[in-house]
Ligand binder design. Structure first.
Ligand SMILES: [Fe+2]
Ligand SMILES: [Fe+2]
Length: 187
């Protein structure tokens, strides 16, 4: 299926019936819901990562764990963050990006979003190593050290979480996919 962007300048009243509507403002509320679905679902997951990150990072900035959170709970929260993010990226790389990459260059191998995954992975590997050493009693949890580990990938992580959702936004998706294709997307 060719991109629909070639019809972008045709006024709606003159457009042939079969041509996909191509400018964002021509979307009905129902169409926008369908075109927004992937961004909405992705946002839901990303907000969860952001919220856990804030818990971990704020503790480092204040040099104080959240009230009532034991060292063990803090380390387990970091462990879960690592595992959930690894799982999220692996699902994206196996099932979501290859499909989107058929028409959307930003999702192609080695392109920006995958490059960001690689850089984030270096960071979460370091985080996992630090947390595991603390859990094994090989070292003591020090929040200033934890902050250094988190700072190692903070910027790229937040940039990635926002850029990915932006690329999946309704107005962008409409440039590449028909509504029927959007309804079949695996998210
Ligand atoms: Fe994601
Ligand atoms: Fe991602």
């Amino acid at each position: 299926m060719a991109k629909a962007s070639s019809a972008a300048s045709i006024p709606e009243t003159c457009a042939p019936d079969a041509a996909p509507a191509s400018n964002a403002s021509s979307m009905t509320a129902a169409e926008r819901r369908v075109y927004s679905r992937m961004a909405d679902t992705m946002s839901y997951y990303h907000n969860h990562f952001k919220s856990t990150w804030k818990t971990l990072y704020t503790a480092c900035e204040k040099n104080k764990r959240p009230a009532g959170m034991s060292i063990k709970q803090y380390l387990n929260t970091a462990c879960e963050f690592v595992h959930h993010l690894e799982m999220h990226h692996s699902i994206e790389e196996r099932h979501i990006f290859p499909l989107l990459a058929q028409r959307m260059p930003v999702f192609q191998r080695e392109m920006e979003l995958l490059e960001q995954h690689k850089r984030i992975h270096k960071g979460i590997d370091a985080l996992e190593k630090y947390v595991n050493a603390c859990k094994a009693g090989e070292r003591e949890l020090r929040l200033e050290e934890m902050k250094d580990v988190l700072d190692g990938f903070r910027e790229v992580l937040w940039q990635h979480l926002d850029e990915e959702v932006r690329n999946l936004g309704a107005d962008n998706m409409k440039k590449y996919w028909t509504i029927q294709e959007m309804e079949r997307m695996p998210m």
